[in-house]
Design a protein around this ligand. Structure first.
Ligand SMILES: Cc1cc2nc3c(=O)[nH]c(=O)nc-3n(C[C@H](O)[C@H](O)[C@H](O)COP(=O)(O)O)c2cc1C
Length: 325
């Protein structure tokens, strides 16, 4: 193979690899009171039993010696606002302990390896294995502890930093709220919620959710809500199919309010509501409820906050009568 052919092969490899989208991490370690770190996108979560992760590091990177000596490292997954942190740990040079950690705050968790403040998530590891892989070493870490919060990731694709688009971001926010409301929902369910308490809670949050949805929801979100109501109209005879769609209508209004506290609160009522509705729904009630959902939808489509609030209050009143009898 000529030198030109070889170069073309390498270029194609680089280009193909660059099309793989990834998150961005900083791999850190501490040795004799000094801190070390390097930006790496080659993180992979490897195994659940035992808990293992891998990251591949260039054989010439001095951090490998430090990790070998300390026996520990942390992988910090960067959030969308941490592009500077990534750039900082991608600079070459040995004096990284002083130079690089001046710009970021860290703390320690289990092993003593630095965990970057504000990282989206982190894995605190002891060294499990170091495997040869061409000009990189595949560092396998046994995860001693891991953690993280909610938020958006920093992404790397085609040689550039990226962020999730607004639509994807909306979905990620919904997933975050979904997790919060789900755990609250389970706890409320286990705690045991009486029907009157459920109704009081619904009255406290859902009219506000409907009014805010009339003000805040985008046209695309309102169109999705219409599709949901139309789907639920088809299943009023079948409680098994109707009930989840009806619950989804209420949860969706919470999300469309644009207020995470209201969205999480409405979602949190789902499980207690699920058990109450399963007992009380029949085709006649479902038909009445879906009519009310349609009127609320139309008020939202008309951007009429007052009507949306009033119609939801009325709807909850009718639902309450059904549940008391
Ligand atoms: C987005 C991005 C991803 C990177 N991923 C890796 C990686 O997975 N492994 C690696 O060895 N270097 C990776 N690097 C390069 C190192 O961060 C960079 O070479 C750093 O300066 C090495 O520090 P050192 O000179 O102390 O070894 C990446 C750099 C950037 C900007």
């Amino acid at each position: 193979m000529t030198a030109d052919e070889e170069q073309r092969r390498i270029d194609s490899f680089r280009q193909a690899a660059g099309r793989f989208a990834s998150g961005v991490t900083v791999v850190t370690t501490a040795l004799d009171g000094h801190l070390y770190g390097i930006t790496a996108t080659s993180f992979v979560s490897l195994s659940l039993n035992p808990l293992l992760v891998t990251v591949s590091i260039n054989v010439h990177s001095p951090i490998l010696d430090e990790i070998r000596a300390s026996g520990v490292f942390a992988i910090n997954v960067l959030g969308r606002h941490q592009q500077q942190v990534s750039a900082c740990f991608a600079r070459r040079g040995r004096g990284r302990s002083k130079e690089r950690f001046d710009e970021v705050e860290t703390r320690t968790e289990a092993t003593g390896a630095p965990v970057v403040t504000g990282a989206l998530s982190w894995f605190d590891c002891t060294v499990h294995t170091m495997l040869g892989g061409g000009d990189h070493i595949i560092l396998v870490g046994e995860v001693v502890s891991a953690g993280g919060g909610t938020g958006q990731p920093l992404l790397y694709w085609s040689g550039e930093y990226r962020e999730l688009s607004v639509e994807e971001e909306d979905r990620a926010v919904e997933a975050d709220i979904g997790r919060i409301s789900d755990s609250l929902s389970v706890q409320l369910h286990l705690h045991g919620m009486r029907t009157e308490q459920l109704l009081e809670a619904q009255h406290a949050v859902e009219p506000a959710a409907a009014a805010l949805a009339a003000r805040e929801a985008t046209d695309a979100q309102v169109a999705q809500l219409r599709a949901l109501v139309e789907e639920s109209e088809k299943h009023v005879q079948d409680a098994g199919r109707y009930n989840p769609l009806s619950l989804e209508f209420h949860a969706r209004l919470g999300l469309l309010s644009g207020n995470p506290a209201i969205a999480a609160s409405v979602g949190a009522l789902n499980r207690p509501r699920e058990s109450a509705y399963a007992v009380h729904t029949n085709a006649e009630r479902a038909t009445r409820a879906v009519g009310a959902h349609r009127r609320i939808l139309e008020a939202i489509e008309g951007r009429d906050e007052t009507a949306a609030r009033r119609l939801m209050t009325e709807h909850l009143g009718v639902v309450a009568q059904g549940m008391h009898c």
